[in-house]
Design a binder for this molecule. Structure first.
Ligand SMILES: *Cc1c(COP(=O)(O)O)cnc(C)c1O
Length: 401
C-alpha cells in the first residue's frame, strides 16, 4: 500500500471497461462502473481533460500552460496532459515526487510555492526543476547559495476581492515593493527572470488579469533598468468553469487577456491553470446508504459527503450540480447528507428529488477540482475510489492515496 499513485501500467491499459464510443459520464456508463466498483467513486474522463486543455490552449495561443497539480493530483490527468505537450506547476515535495514517478521531464515543470524550506528547494533542484517563485527578501536570500542554479520569478499580489478564492491575500509582493526586491536581488547578484501573479481562483472576470498584465509590463521595464534581463511573465491560474451558474465562455474570458499580452514586448508567457483543466473532467458517484423522514423532508444519507469528494463545498466554496440516477417521477423536498456522524456533513438541504431507495446512485457534476484532493478519511470512511477512463479503457484502478 506504500506506493499508490502510479503511472498506469501497460497491463492496466488493456482493461476495456466501457464501449469506447460511450460517454463515461452517461447514466448507463455510471451504472456499469458503480455495479462493478461500488461507491463512492470519482470518475475521471481523460478525453475531457484533453478537451479542456485544447480549448484553453486555443484561447491563449503563445502561452505555455503549466497544469497546477493541486486541484487534482492524479496520474491519469498528468499522463494525459503530458501526452498533449503540457507543462506542469508544482508546489510541494509530494508533487515533485509524483511527476518524478511519472517521468515528467523536470524542464517542463516550475515550482511556484512562494514560501519554501531549504529542503523543498533541494528536493526540486535534485529532480532538475530549477524555476522558483519568491515574494519577499527572506525567500530571495534562501537562493544565495543556489545562485546560478535557480531561476527566479517574483510573485506580485493584486488584490481581487471578487474572486471566489483570493490568493493575493496570503502571497505576493505588493507592486510598489517590487523595485526594492529587484534592487536587493541585484545586490545579491541573483538574476530575476520574470514576474508572476495569481488573480485568485474561479475569477469572476478577466479585468484583474488585464490590469495585472499591464502593471507587470511596467515592473518588467523597471527590472531591466535595475540590471536584470527578465524574459518571463507568468499569469497564474484562476480560469473559471461553470458550476450551478453559467459564466462567460473561456474564449470570451481570454480575449482581453490575449490583447493585454500583445501590448507587451515578446517574451515567454506562462499560465498555471488548475481548475479549468480538471473540474469538468470528473464526476462523483455516491449511493444511498439509508434514509429517514425528518421535519417533512426526506433525508438521504449517502456514502460520500463534505468530508469526502464534497469537501470542496467547504474549502473551495463551490456548489456542485447533483442529479439522482432514477427514473423521472414525482419529487419531494429532499436533503442529501454525507455518511459521517457530524451534523455539518450535509450536502444540500433544499432539493426536490424523486423518492430514492437504498443503493440508488447520486451523481455530482463538475467535481474534478478541489474535491477528492481535499477529501479526508474522517470517521474512517475511506476516500472515493478513483477510476480514470480513456475511450472506454481504465487507465488505473490503484490511484487511491
Ligand atoms: C492553486 C494554484 C493554481 C491553480 O489555480 P486554479 O484557480 O485552479 O486555476 C495555480 N498557481 C498557483 C500558484 C496556485 O497556488
Amino acid at each position: 500500500m506504500a506506493e499508490s499513485v502510479r503511472k498506469p501500467r501497460p497491463a492496466a491499459r488493456q482493461s476495456l471497461e466501457l464501449d469506447p464510443a460511450a460517454d463515461p459520464f452517461s447514466h448507463a456508463s455510471i451504472r456499469q462502473l458503480a455495479a462493478r466498483y461500488g461507491s463512492p467513486l470519482l470518475v475521471i474522463d481523460a478525453e475531457r481533460v484533453r478537451g479542456q486543455y485544447r480549448r484553453l490552449a486555443a484561447a491563449l495561443p503563445g502561452v505555455d500552460l503549466h497544469y497546477a497539480l493541486k486541484p487534482l493530483p492524479h496520474a491519469a490527468v498528468i499522463d494525459t496532459l503530458h501526452a498533449e505537450g503540457a507543462f506542469f506547476d508544482l508546489a510541494t515535495n509530494g508533487e515533485v515526487e509524483l511527476v518524478r514517478r511519472l517521468k515528467i521531464p523536470p524542464q517542463r515543470c516550475i515550482h511556484t510555492h512562494p514560501i519554501k524550506r531549504d529542503s523543498d528547494i533541494r528536493t526540486a533542484l535534485a529532480y532538475g526543476v530549477n524555476r522558483f517563485v519568491i515574494d519577499n527578501p527572506d525567500e530571495l536570500r534562501k537562493f544565495v547559495k543556489y545562485r546560478g542554479r535557480a531561476s527566479l520569478l517574483i510573485r506580485v499580489s493584486f488584490r481581487s476581492p471578487e474572486a471566489r478564492v483570493d490568493l493575493s491575500r496570503k502571497f505576493g509582493c505588493e507592486p510598489q515593493a517590487v523595485p526594492e526586491l529587484l534592487r536587493l536581488a541585484a545586490d545579491l547578484r541573483i538574476e530575476i527572470d520574470g514576474l508572476s501573479f495569481h488573480v485568485g481562483s474561479q475569477a469572476a472576470g478577466p479585468a484583474m488579469f488585464v490590469e495585472a498584465i499591464a502593471r507587470c509590463g511596467e515592473l518588467l521595464r523597471t527590472a531591466e533598468k535595475l540590471g536584470h534581463a527578465p524574459g518571463i511573465l507568468d499569469i497564474g491560474g484562476g480560469f473559471p468553469v461553470d458550476y450551478l451558474q453559467r459564466g462567460m465562455s473561456i474564449e470570451e474570458f481570454c480575449a482581453p487577456i490575449r490583447a493585454a499580452l500583445q501590448e507587451l514586448p515578446p517574451m515567454r508567457f506562462i499560465a498555471e491553470p488548475g481548475r479549468f483543466i480538471c473540474a469538468p473532467a470528473a464526476v462523483a458517484v455516491a449511493s444511498v446508504m439509508g434514509r429517514g423522514q425528518r421535519d417533512g423532508r426526506w433525508w438521504y444519507y449517502l456514502d460520500d459527503g463534505l468530508y469526502g469528494n464534497y469537501s470542496g463545498q467547504l474549502y473551495d466554496h463551490a456548489s456542485y450540480p447533483v442529479e439522482a440516477l432514477v427514473p423521472a417521477a414525482a419529487t419531494y423536498p429532499s436533503v442529501l447528507a454525507g455518511p459521517t456522524c457530524d451534523s455539518i456533513d450535509v450536502i444540500n438541504e433544499h432539493l426536490e428529488l424523486p423518492l430514492l431507495d437504498m443503493g440508488d446512485l447520486v451523481l455530482g457534476h463538475v467535481m474534478g477540482a478541489y474535491t477528492w484532493a481535499s477529501a479526508s478519511e474522517f470517521n474512517l470512511f475511506p476516500r472515493a475510489t478513483v477510476l480514470a477512463l480513456d475511450r472506454g479503457r481504465l487507465l488505473t484502478d490503484e490511484a487511491r492515496r
